[in-house]
Ligand binder design. Sequence first.
Ligand SMILES: Nc1ncnc2c1ncn2[C@@H]1O[C@H](COP(=O)(O)OP(=O)(O)OP(=O)(O)O)[C@@H](O)[C@H]1O
Ligand SMILES: [Mg+2]
Length: 252
Amino acid sequence: MSSLSILACGVHKSFGTGAQRTHILKSAGLGIAAGEIVFLAGPSGSGKTTLLSILGCLLTPDEGGLHVLGHDVGALNHAQRTAFRCQYLGFIFQTFNLFPTLSALDNIALSLVMRGLSAPQANARSLALLEQLGLQQRVHLRPAQLSTGECQRVAVARALANEPAILLADEPTASLDGENGQLVLQLLTDLVRQRGMTLVVVTHDHRIFPFADRIVHLENGRLIRASKPGDLANLSTPKEQRHERNGATVCG
Ligand SMILES: Nc1ncnc2c1ncn2[C@@H]1O[C@H](COP(=O)(O)OP(=O)(O)OP(=O)(O)O)[C@@H](O)[C@H]1O
Ligand SMILES: [Mg+2]
């Protein structure tokens, strides 16, 4: 258990009521090892964002257990869950969610000041991160003055700034062209590996699959393991053969 960052077992999630009820996740299970980079793939509407939101403690499953960093998330109340998320989890979204009136530097520094750092500390850490992401010439520009690829790099810097143990990204390359998508993923995965963070990425983008340690495919509300990029042919093997006994497991 201790080598696992995330362990989800028997997760059910449905939306709607009565005849309109749709079961999105059906006994989905997944174990993610500490430091692992896992991509969640699957058709549109298959529940990838729903699952990521559950793993990120933003959404509560109807049934099933979720342990994150050894904590039983189901046992936390709303306030405890929020505090847990702020302390240990970081998020990157497709549309960046940057403050439009703040510079790149201030977008990052603000999130650190809100977490208790002094302004000089927050500025120094933000600047260092922007430099690591190749944005040292862009620190004083606002989002509208940055390219989409640069905006996503600022969002990556902001998500990394608090040094979360786990980073969750929903379609982080969807707004980027192929070249910028590769660049952002290269920078993101390099920084995540340097820091020993766990990274979970929802993506449709096959071009970034090589950055994953493991790709997990969402199919009919369940998770099916594909060991490595290019290994999606494994998805047609019997379910029992796909289960693993080590820390990084699909336990649907
Ligand atoms: N709050 C909600 N209320 C009702 N239905 C919802 C809600 N959230 C998601 N759904 C439905 O659940 C299904 C899965 O949605 P989800 O956003 O998780 O899919 P996805 O795999 O991320 O799709 P995409 O690749 O298009 O982003 C969709 O049919 C969606 O309409
Ligand atoms: Mg989605």
